[in-house]
Design a protein around this ligand. Structure first.
Ligand code: ADP
Ligand code: MG
Ligand code: MG
Length: 179
């Protein structure tokens, strides 16, 4: 992700993500949780405070929305998680003042959210495939938001770093769902 961010940004996305998520792991491994929503909330707070770049508040907003919709449900069922992902995607859009097609993490969150809206049962393979295709499709897009927008047409040809990190997050989710 750092390599990708060197192509179309300032080269820190991999470092930002590694720092933010290792702080999340630290935070949540010391705590005792009753429900996934509580984990999402702590993750959100940690990501917002520990990641300096644009991705911190964006991922922070996404996880905060997940937490708000999942509340204290345990387990979180499929329709609730679908609603949570939709809210998270909307949250990223509002926070970043961006829409799909602008070569950002939204271009992975939106198709994955759409997959969940339509799914009647969960297929981890389909989830990964959806996220991977969405990430790959950002190659052909021209960035109009974030630092990559300074690269204009030159941002074409490389995957968006935030789309790549989002793909990793959803792959991890798929691994967990496989059990
Ligand atoms: P920075 O650009 O501040 O160095 P990062 O490198 O950590 O922050 O994150 C860059 C990623 O954040 C981009 O690849 C893109 O996916 C996402 N991003 C940047 N700006 C926006 C925005 N306005 N809306 C949605 N996502 C964005
Ligand atoms: Mg960067
Ligand atoms: Mg930066």
């Amino acid at each position: 992700m750092t390599k990708l961010d060197q192509a179309t940004g300032d080269g820190d996305h991999g470092v930002n993500m590694a720092r933010g998520f290792s702080e999340v792991v630290k935070k949540i491994s010391d705590a005792d949780y009753q429900a996934p929503g509580e984990v999402f909330k702590d993750a959100a707070m940690t990501l917002m405070s520990k990641i300096g770049g644009a991705s911190g508040p964006l991922y922070g907003t996404a996880f905060l929305r997940l937490s708000t919709i999942c509340k204290d449900d345990n387990p979180v069922d499929l329709p609730v998680f679908a609603k949570a992902l939709q809210a998270a995607t909307e949250g990223i859009k509002q926070r970043g003042k961006a829409e799909a097609g602008e070569k950002t993490m939204i271009d992975v969150w939106e198709p994955v959210s759409n997959y969940f809206q339509e799914a009647t049962s969960l297929d981890a393979g389909k989830l990964v495939e959806t996220a991977e295709n969405a990430m790959e499709a950002t190659k052909d897009l021209t960035a109009t938001k974030g630092r990559a927008a300074y690269f204009k047409e030159r941002s074409k040809g490389a995957v968006d770093p935030g789309a790549a990190s989002s793909y990793y997050i959803f792959s991890a989710l798929a691994e967990v769902l496989k059990g």
